[in-house]
Design a protein around this ligand. Structure first.
Ligand code: ADP
Ligand code: MG
Length: 464
């Protein structure tokens, strides 16, 4: 029928506009490398902030004692305690508590958000075993993983540049987030010293390095996306401080804000951006990360419903609600292996109240999942290639085989197998699949960010 032909035309057009041939990915990778240089050259030199983390030493494995971490980065919030055994002891024990952030706190006041976090920490500490209590005169020490763009002013202070990922609390912007947390802890009667402020990429890099010495890059694909890597301090023109003894500095790229004319951007993406809390910002993140993939799919389905009666004569009202289609549901549909695509059928019913879809319709929905996810995963892969190029690790030089392990984390990477496989395969493919690609590997650093923050709290302890 002509309706079906119209629906197919919309899908084909999307496929074409989302196309990521290798030539384009190589251009994206090169643009990433160029922006990295620009962001390192001067403050404000690029959309990539290339933030200096003040982490000039990653964990060695010798860290010892009991340390805490708070991880605030998106949908969930975690409190963590790690017991480190020193040289040969590794991680002796760890324990965590998780809570989701009530949506109203994401757009409320700074005090309300930080009070909530401090109260969760208070609860965790109150409930813990006697043996973890610090000796008299000693404070507990904590690494704060705060995964939003922060202008770091020391290892344990930094001001919030802007919120992302659906948070919008004006009175935090421009303030020191460690001071905000410390004030809230006082209000909640918690006596804990924040000795390290990091974000999830730095934490993941630190946690990854603790378990594998070849880890040199960390990438998060979760609600949002970001990357961090180890840079030569000499290669950071905007750094005017003393050169660290290690000669190295970890850089928090804030690559979610990457933008390039080479990125394949559709009308759906433009509309999503315009209606977002941060229009014009986080362009790369809006193409690649978990907060947005399902929402892009919803927008395409809405257009198909409106212009091609894809779900029947009426446009299902639920299809109009932004963010009703979450990426985990998209992932479930994409991975549906049943012959009659019953997962797709039940998701469409549960989310959009659309029943009696034909198999043909469901197949097309799966195809849409694939188009949107493939674009995201391949662009993320191009970003990783850009980082490898900047580090000079994209090709085997002079026969020297330097291993590079990329520590990966985030719910999207962890749970969306099609996404993860596409990302990893594309990096290997872009590297040429030969010698240089065999030196690159991926490691899922499960909850590395929290452990990493605790490790950095340990290496920056005031009692050392
Ligand atoms: P955050 O990024 O908020 O710190 P996570 O790393 O746990 O937290 O990532 C959560 C995000 O991962 C969710 O917002 C969602 O987009 C994505 N995600 C979680 N589960 C799945 C899944 N099963 N399939 C696809 N994406 C998922
Ligand atoms: Mg996280």
């Amino acid at each position: 029928s002509s309706r079906w032909a119209r629906a197919l035309a919309i899908v084909r057009e999307l496929e074409e506009k989302c196309g990521t041939p290798e030539t384009k990915l190589l251009q994206v990778a090169d643009a990433m490398t160029v922006e990295m240089h620009a962001g390192l050259a001067s403050e404000g030199g690029s959309k990539l902030k290339m933030l200096i983390s003040y982490v000039d030493n990653l964990p060695t494995g010798d860290e010892e004692g009991v340390y805490y971490a708070l991880d605030l980065g998106g949908t969930n919030f975690r409190v963590l305690r790690v017991e480190l055994g020193g040289k040969t002891g590794g991680i002796v024990s760890q324990e965590f508590a998780e809570a989701s952030i009530p949506p109203e706190l994401m757009v409320g006041t700074s005090d309300a958000l930080f009070d909530y976090i401090a109260a969760e920490l208070a609860k965790f500490i109150t409930e813990e075993e006697e043996k973890y209590h610090p000796p008299p005169g000693r404070q507990r020490e904590l690494g704060f993983t705060f995964s939003f763009p922060v202008m770091q002013t020391s290892i344990n202070s930094g001001t919030l540049i802007r919120w992302t990922k659906g948070f919008s609390i004006d009175d935090t912007v421009g303030n020191d987030v460690v001071a905000e947390l410390t004030k809230a802890m006082h209000r909640q009667g918690v006596d804990v010293n924040v000795t390290a402020l990091v974000n999830d990429t730095i934490g993941t890099l630190a946690g990854g390095r603790f378990s594998n010495k070849d880890v040199a890059i960390a990438v998060i694909m979760g609600t949002g996306t970001n990357a961090a890597y180890v840079e030569r301090a000499q290669a950071i023109p905007k750094w005017h401080g003393p050169l660290p003894k290690s000669g190295e500095m970890v850089i928090n790229m804030e690559w979610g804000n990457f933008k390039s004319s080479h990125l394949p951007i559709t009308d759906y993406d433009h509309a999503l951006d315009a209606e977002s809390l941060n229009p014009g910002e986080q362009v790369f993140e809006k193409l690649t990360s978990g907060m947005y993939l399902g929402e892009i799919l919803r927008r395409v389905l809405l257009r198909m419903a409106e212009e091609a009666a894809f779900f029947g004569d009426e446009v299902p009202p639920r299809l109009n609600t932004p963010f009703v289609l979450r990426t985990p549901d998209m992932s479930a549909m994409h991975h549906d292996t049943s012959a009659d695509l019953r997962v797709v059928s039940s998701k469409l019913k549960d989310i959009f109240e659309v029943s009696n879809t034909s198999l043909k319709t469901r197949r097309l929905v799966v195809e849409l999942c694939n188009i949107i996810t493939t674009r995201g995963a391949r662009l993320a892969a191009a970003g990783i290639l850009g980082v490898l190029k900047k580090m000079g690790r994209d090709s085997a030089t002079g026969g020297v085989v330097e291993k590079t392990v990329i520590a990966m984390d985030g719910g999207l990477y962890e749970h969306y197998a099609e996404y993860r496989n596409c990302l990893e395969n594309t990096v290997i493919k872009l590297l040429g699949g030969g010698n240089s690609s065999s030196n690159i590997s991926f490691e899922h650093s499960n909850d590395g960010s929290g452990i990493g923050a605790a490790l950095l709290a340990a290496s920056h302890s005031h009692y050392l």
